[in-house]
Design a protein around this ligand. Structure first.
Ligand SMILES: [Zn+2]
Length: 295
């Protein structure tokens, strides 16, 4: 592909629509979501990665400590979240996934072996998607309605494939603080996007290895999260977290999460919900449409 082949149009064809009617009495929404990658995040796209046992053990902290602590926290706060789970994790940690479901949480699709989808190898990427559907169905008896791409990359051609398999929403794009409906090839309406907020990717400031950055202190993270939430709330948008039990389940990071969620619960007019609940609301909302914002 050459630069001359890049279409001269916005990368995202979805119209801008910043008028969202949240449930009665609600001003904005917090989409509380976690990526339960466990060890799979450390395979690094190579099955030989499994042999690096200490490296992989970074991910093992999620299932051994982080996830149980986070489930306990959410139960205490009476909050329902979405956990995006790769096929390998559904197989290796089935009991913990069952505990999520028992706790009233949603499980979404997060790939097979946590491989980054690639437009240069569509067959392998689509096989990854199918692997995810198959494992979630066989091990947990569920058909996911939400998808978040592993390693944060996604393609509209995948959205088409996901829709055929019953997926109603995606949470991968970073280009808005309001949900929108994707426009696929042929102007076909795609799934709803619940855009992710990179500020809430705990990996970026809570883990040294693999992030290429230094740890960020609690006060800085909390200050950043508070400001994002406060202004998104003023605007009436959606705040979408990208948290990882292997990061936010670490003691000092857990303290940040607990404090943030306790404050969020006190914010008047903030609707805290999982992705399936938000999507169901938007699909039934007469003002959430395909068209641009009108007066
Ligand atoms: Zn992930």
């Amino acid at each position: 592909m050459d630069y001359a082949d890049i279409p001269t149009r916005p990368a995202n064809r979805a119209p801008v629509n910043h008028r969202i009617d949240w449930p009665v009495g609600m001003r904005s929404c917090l989409f509380l979501s976690f990526d339960f990658d466990a060890e799979s995040a450390w395979f690094d796209g190579d099955p030989r990665g499994w042999r690096h046992e200490v490296t992989v053990s970074h991910g093992g902290f999620g299932p051994r400590v982080g996830l149980p602590k986070i489930l306990e926290l959410l139960a205490g706060l009476e909050l329902s979240a979405t956990f995006f789970v790769p096929a390998w994790v559904a197989e290796a940690h089935t009991g913990l996934c069952e505990a999520m479901l028992r706790g009233g949480h949603e499980i979404g699709h997060h790939g097979g072996f946590h491989l980054k989808p690639s437009p240069d190898d569509m067959d392998a990427s689509l096989a990854e998607l199918d692997r995810g559907f198959e494992a979630l169905s066989r091990r947990l008896g569920l058909e996911p309605v939400g998808y978040r791409a592993p390693c944060g990359e996604n393609y509209s051609v995948f959205l088409d494939h996901l829709m055929v398999r019953g997926v109603k929403y995606s949470s991968s794009w970073r280009d808005d603080v309001f949900p929108y409906r994707h426009v696929l090839d042929g102007s076909k309406p795609g799934p709803i996007e619940l855009p992710a907020n990179y500020f809430f990717d705990d990996w970026m400031h809570g883990l040294i290895k693999g992030s290429g950055r230094n740890l960020v202190a609690r006060e800085e993270v909390l200050s950043m999260w508070r400001d994002e939430l406060e202004v998104t709330h003023e605007w009436g948008g959606i705040t979408t977290t990208i948290l990882h039990p292997q990061v936010s389940g670490r003691p000092s990071r857990f303290k940040i999460l607990r404090e943030f969620l306790e404050e969020a619960k006190e914010l008047d007019g903030l609707w805290i919900a999982n992705g399936a609940q938000i999507t169901e609301h938007l699909e039934s909302s007469p003002t959430f449409g395909d068209g641009p914002e009108t007066a």
